[in-house]
Design a protein around this ligand. Structure first.
Ligand SMILES: *Cc1c(COP(=O)(O)O)cnc(C)c1O
Length: 393
C-alpha cells in the first residue's frame, strides 16, 4: 500500500479481514482481548509481542485509524485520543518536565491557550507567545535554554492567518527543539507539516476528518521515539479514543479527499464573492491573492481549506445583526462540517481573552468566521449575501 496514492491508501488500507471475509472493517466493540495461555499473557504484558491487550492501550479500530493518518502525514507512529484537546494535552504532558518552556504562536486554539495560562504554570511550565506574523529573529529571541517545544497551527483559528512552516521547522532544527504542529485546519490532505520539519502533528479529528459533526476525536502522529513517550503516558493515564469513534473516523478518511476538495472550492467561491462586496472591509482566505501570506500558503498547502474570515463595515454591532439575519447557515461551535457554520469568535470561543490578548491572537471585535460546508455554493453565498444586506440596511 505504501506506493499507492493518497486517496487509494485512504480507502484501501484496512485491518486484515477476519474469517467472515467482511468487505468493510467491522467495529471491534470490545474493552479487552483474550490470551491463549499463561505464557501468552505474560509475554503480552511484558511487551515481548505486539498484540491487543486492552482498548485503553490499543484496539484494531484505533490502530487502523492511526495507521491511515500516519500514511497521510508521512509519520512513523501515532496515538488516537478521545478528543483533539486530549491529544494536545497528552502530547505536552508526556514530553514536558517541570521547568520546561514552550514557545508558541499566540494564534492557537482557545483551549490550548488556556492550558498555557491556567494549568501549565502549576507544574512550572512557562510559555512565551509570538505573533503569527513574527519574523524568524523575533521568534528566536523567545528561545531560552529551558525551551523544549515550538507549538504552532496553520492556518490559524479563527483569523485564518498562515504561518511559514519551513521557517519554524528550520528554527526548531537549529535549536534542537521539538516542533509540534496542530494541522486541524488543513487536514492531512491539504498539508503535511512533517515535510517542513515538524516532529509531531496533532489533529482534532472532530473537524474535517469526521466532516459531518458526529464524533469527537484526536490524534498525534510523528517520530517514533516521541510517540513512544506519548504512548507510555496515555496507556496509563487513559485518554484513548473509543473504538466506535475510531471506526467512524476511519470510514470518514475514505472520503476526505473528495470532501475537502469541495469544501475548498466552496470556500474560495464565498471568499471571492465577499472580496468584491462593497460592505465587506476585510476577507481572509489562504488561496486569495490578497492574503498576506498567499505565496507561503501556495507553497505548503494543496488548497485553501474550509474556513473564511471576514469583517463587515461597521464592526461589532453590524456583525451581531448579520448573525441574527442568517437563515440557513448554522450558528454553532464546530467547523469542517458538511453544514456551513458561522461564528463570532470575540463574543464566544475567544470571549475569555482580554481585548489585548484577542488583538495579539489576530481576532478583531467584528471578525466573522465561516466554516464553509458542502451545500451548493449558490445557496451558501445567497444566505451570507442576504444577511449582510439586512444587517447593513
Ligand atoms: C477543535 C480544535 C481543537 C480541539 O479539538 P476537540 O476535538 O474539540 O477537543 C484543537 N485545535 C484546533 C485547531 C481545533 O479547531
Amino acid at each position: 500500500m505504501e506506493e499507492k496514492e493518497f486517496e487509494t491508501r485512504a480507502i484501501r488500507m484496512q485491518t486484515p479481514r477476519s474469517e467472515n471475509l467482511e468487505h468493510s472493517t467491522p467495529l471491534y466493540l470490545t474493552s479487552s482481548f483474550v490470551f491463549e495461555d499463561a505464557e501468552d499473557m505474560r509475554a503480552s504484558f511484558a511487551e515481548e509481542k505486539e498484540r491487543n491487550i486492552y482498548s485503553r492501550y490499543a484496539n484494531p479500530n484505533t490502530s487502523e485509524l492511526i495507521q491511515k493518518i500516519c500514511a497521510m502525514e508521512g509519520a512513523d507512529a501515532g496515538f488516537a485520543f478521545a478528543s483533539g484537546m486530549a491529544a494536545v494535552y497528552s502530547t505536552f504532558a508526556a514530553l514536558l518536565e517541570s521547568g520546561d518552556h514552550i514557545v508558541s504562536c499566540a494564534s492557537v486554539f482557545g483551549s490550548t491557550l488556556s492550558l498555557y495560562t491556567q494549568f501549565f504554570p502549576k507544574w512550572q511550565i512557562s510559555t512565551d507567545l509570538f505573533h503569527v506574523n513574527a519574523s524568524a529573529s523575533e521568534i528566536e529571541s523567545l528561545i531560552k535554554p529551558q525551551t523544549k517545544v515550538i507549538y504552532v497551527e496553520s492556518p490559524t483559528n479563527p483569523g485564518v492567518d498562515v504561518l511559514d512552516l519551513q521557517m519554524v521547522g528550520d528554527l526548531a532544527k537549529k535549536h534542537g527543539l521539538i516542533l509540534i504542529v496542530d494541522n486541524c485546519f488543513a487536514s492531512p490532505y491539504l498539508q503535511q507539516p512533517i515535510a517542513f520539519g515538524a516532529h509531531l502533528v496533532v489533529h482534532s479529528a472532530t473537524k474535517l476528518i469526521d466532516g459531518q459533526g458526529r464524533v469527537l476525536g484526536g490524534v498525534t502522529v510523528g517520530r517514533r521515539d516521541l510517540i513512544d513517550k506519548i504512548y507510555r503516558f496515555s496507556r496509563i493515564s487513559g485518554p484513548a479514543m473509543s473504538p466506535f469513534n475510531a471506526w467512524v473516523l476511519s470510514k470518514s478518511l475514505e472520503t476526505l479527499a473528495v470532501r475537502v476538495d469541495r469544501h475548498c472550492d466552496n470556500a474560495l467561491a464565498l471568499a471571492t464573492y465577499l472580496e468584491a462586496h462593497p460592505k465587506v472591509i476585510m476577507v481572509k482566505y489562504p488561496f486569495l491573492k490578497s492574503h498576506p501570506r498567499y505565496s507561503i500558503a501556495k507553497k505548503q498547502m494543496k488548497a485553501g481549506g474550509a474556513v473564511v474570515a471576514f469583517e463587515i463595515k461597521g464592526g461589532l454591532e453590524i456583525g451581531k445583526a448579520f448573525f441574527n439575519n442568517i437563515q440557513m447557515l448554522s450558528l454553532s461551535a464546530n467547523l469542517g462540517d458538511s453544514r456551513s457554520i458561522v461564528t463570532h469568535p470575540a463574543s464566544t470561543t475567544h470571549a475569555k481573552l482580554s481585548p489585548q490578548e484577542r488583538e495579539h491572537a489576530g481576532i478583531s471585535e467584528g471578525l466573522i468566521r465561516v466554516s464553509v460546508g458542502l451545500e451548493n455554493p449558490k445557496d451558501i453565498i445567497a444566505d451570507v449575501a442576504q444577511a449582510i444586506d439586512k444587517a447593513t440596511q
